[in-house]
Design a binder for this molecule. Structure first.
Ligand SMILES: NC(=O)c1ccc[n+]([C@@H]2O[C@H](COP(=O)([O-])OP(=O)(O)OC[C@H]3O[C@@H](n4cnc5c(N)ncnc54)[C@H](OP(=O)(O)O)[C@@H]3O)[C@@H](O)[C@H]2O)c1
Length: 281
């Protein structure tokens, strides 16, 4: 069982530290605001004075800070992770950072012959607190396998996406689609309310059938176009137009954009294709 260091003990980092402790790992912690370390120290974690010391002492080091700026401050410089890391260490960027920064960091690690993974997480606070996150990994798959068991202390699933930088790219894609879904739900609720429907009933039903399965359906039919089609572009364009009419002057920008996209496909004579084919036109 490998020792770990958590750099950045915010919502996600704290949850990770607690679960590593629960599973019996030796845990080192560092945080910019020292007071946040207290509960973890009381559970058995050891505080270190710098990210460099964390990289000297622990076998696996996680950066769970906020953004590119915080990440750069904990990796670089004389007190940074890179100053303390050796070739036997596993260095992991788990916050959600830009692909640009992750590519730079991966390159530095490669030049120094250090093992680096981009490993953003999904599962939120609950996932971190319950040790049930999904880790989205870029880096060497072979080396990843050697820490699978350790990672299982914080994750229910380890999803591998390819070479360094692939994990963060997927995370950004994931957050994009999730936020579009969130905004789309907001628009759907507004329309439901304006139509005089009970908002609770609309929300409850959308979250199970059929709204909750939209991503599944769109992905299945993206991979294999349904023949015969399930629902035509022609008719979904009609329905979106009806929804726009219903909305009148209520501003629903996502609806407007999606309608425009389908209308364009219709005008280009794709009306008989399945509505999920919109992502291939
Ligand atoms: N919460 C989620 O649902 C979730 C899910 C997946 C991924 N993420 C990602 O995980 C990362 C952490 O998120 P979180 O929700 O745990 O955030 P958080 O609770 O706000 O924690 C942020 C951490 O970053 C540190 N930090 C911020 N600015 C810093 C700086 N300039 N220098 C050094 N440390 C700095 C904070 O230290 P201080 O205590 O000193 O402020 C704290 O440890 C983010 O990249 C986030 O996008 C979050």
């Amino acid at each position: 069982m490998k020792s770990v260091a958590i750099i950045g003990t915010g919502i996600m980092g704290s949850g990770m530290a607690v679960n590593f402790l629960k599973q019996g790992h030796r845990v080192f912690v560092w945080n910019r605001t020292k007071s946040k370390l207290k509960p973890l120290i009381s559970l058995g974690a050891s505080a270190v004075s710098s990210p460099k010391e964390a990289a000297v002492k622990a076998e696996i080091v996680f950066d769970v800070t906020a953004n590119d700026r915080s990440s750069q401050s904990v990796w670089l410089g004389s007190r940074g992770i890179l100053a303390g890391a050796g070739y036997k260490k596993y260095l992991i960027a788990s916050g959600t950072f830009s692909a640009n920064w992750i590519d730079k960091l991966a390159k530095i690690c490669q030049q120094k012959k250090l093992t680096f993974f981009d490993m953003p997480m999904t599962g939120g606070r609950i996932g971190a607190e319950t040790g049930a996150m999904i880790l989205l990994v870029g880096g060497s798959q072979q080396k990843l396998k050697t820490i699978y068991k350790d990672l299982s202390s914080i994750a229910k699933k380890i999803a591998y996406f390819g070479k360094g930088g692939s994990g963060i790219r997927f995370k950004l894609v994931l957050n994009m689609i999730q936020s579009v879904h969130i905004v789309a739900l907001g628009e759907a609720l507004k329309l439901g309310k304006k139509s005089g429907l009970n908002l609770k009933t609309v929300g409850d039903y959308l979250s199970v059938q059929p709204g909750g399965v939209v991503t599944n359906l769109a992905w299945r039919d993206y991979q294999t176009e349904p023949k015969p089609i399930n629902f035509s572009i022609k008719w979904i364009t009609k329905d979106l137009n009806y929804a726009k009419q219903l909305a009148k002057n209520l501003p629903l920008p996502l609806l407007a954009q999606v309608y425009k996209k389908y209308l364009k496909a219709l005008k280009k004579k794709h009306g008989q294709k399945d509505w999920t084919a919109i992502n291939k036109i």
